[in-house]
Design a protein around this ligand. Structure first.
Ligand SMILES: Nc1ncnc2c1ncn2[C@@H]1O[C@H](COP(=O)(O)OP(=O)(O)OP(=O)(O)O)[C@@H](O)[C@H]1O
Length: 252
């Protein structure tokens, strides 16, 4: 479904990802782990077409250094590197960005309504998302429907950010540190909801610092390591049985 191949991305002052490859299969939930600053957000932003970072897709220097292949990001056969961010959403990717980025001076309902006009097709496997369905899924958001988003708690804002992404009827939900700053009880609610979403066949890519949370909601794990490389990948189950890669690459 999502294929990232040999991704090189960085900023004017720093090269961050140096030939990263990963896949998310249809209906799979994948966690991207890595110490602070290893490039999780950079990867998420690059996949979603957000700039910065710069993706060095065609650089001859990069081609030579990486043995001739260039950065490629495809989603259901669409070349995402060729699309602007708003068109990437239209391909069936819903983004829950780091820091939630809800519109603070709009109400919960208005935040959800703003998604109107985007892709509404659904993925054929699941029911379309509407505001009433979102409220059924997150009853707390219905209770706060007319509250300004800036007055919501962190957990409520995270629910709103997820709900807003769902309103685009994604086939793949990409989340950047959804656990950030959330109390354990709220995190448990989010974990339950994500499990429900996975059971509907939604694919998930989640960049996380919280390893327990990430392992609880994923089938497969990728760990970013030093020098912009992929340090480890494998089934989440393996890490439950043998956490050595977590010690080695995350210092846990
Ligand atoms: N806009 C930017 N300009 C320059 N450098 C940046 C920019 N954004 C991030 N970086 C640098 O790129 C590297 C990777 O950052 P990134 O945010 O992708 O890491 P991360 O793994 O998501 O970390 P965290 O868990 O702290 O969010 C870091 O060294 C960071 O300082």
């Amino acid at each position: 479904m999502l294929t990232v191949e040999n991704l090189h991305a960085g900023y004017e002052t720093a090269r961050v990802l140096e030939g990263i490859s990963l896949t998310v299969e249809d209906g799979e939930s994948v966690a991207l782990l890595g110490r602070n600053g290893m490039g999780k957000t950079t990867l998420v932003r690059a996949v979603c077409g957000l700039r910065p970072p710069t993706v060095t897709a065609d650089s001859a220097a990069v081609d030579a250094a990486s043995g001739g292949t260039r950065s490629r990001v495809t989603f259901a056969d669409t070349d995402l590197l060729a699309l602007p961010p708003h068109e990437i959403t239209g391909t069936g990717i819903g983004l829950v960005p780091q820091g939630r980025r809800v519109f603070g001076s709009l109400t919960v309902e208005e935040n959800l309504g703003m998604v109107g006009g985007r892709r509404k097709k659904g993925n054929g496997k699941t029911q379309r998302w509407t505001i009433p369905r979102v409220f059924e899924f997150f009853p707390r958001l219905e209770e706060r429907a007319r509250a300004m988003a800036r007055t919501l708690s962190g957990g409520e804002q995270q629910m709103l950010a997820i709900a807003r992404a769902l309103m685009t009827n994604p086939e793949l939900l990409i989340m950047d540190e959804p656990s950030e700053g959330l109390a354990p009880t709220v995190l448990e609610v989010i974990r339950e909801r994500l499990t429900q979403l996975r059971n509907t066949g939604l694919s998930v890519l989640v960049a996380e610092q919280n390893v327990d949370f990430a392992l609880a909601i994923s089938d497969r794990v990728f760990i970013l390591g030093e020098h912009g490389s992929m340090a480890w990948s494998g089934p989440s189950e393996t890490l439950h049985d043998d956490p050595e890669p977590l010690h080695q690459h995350l210092g846990l």
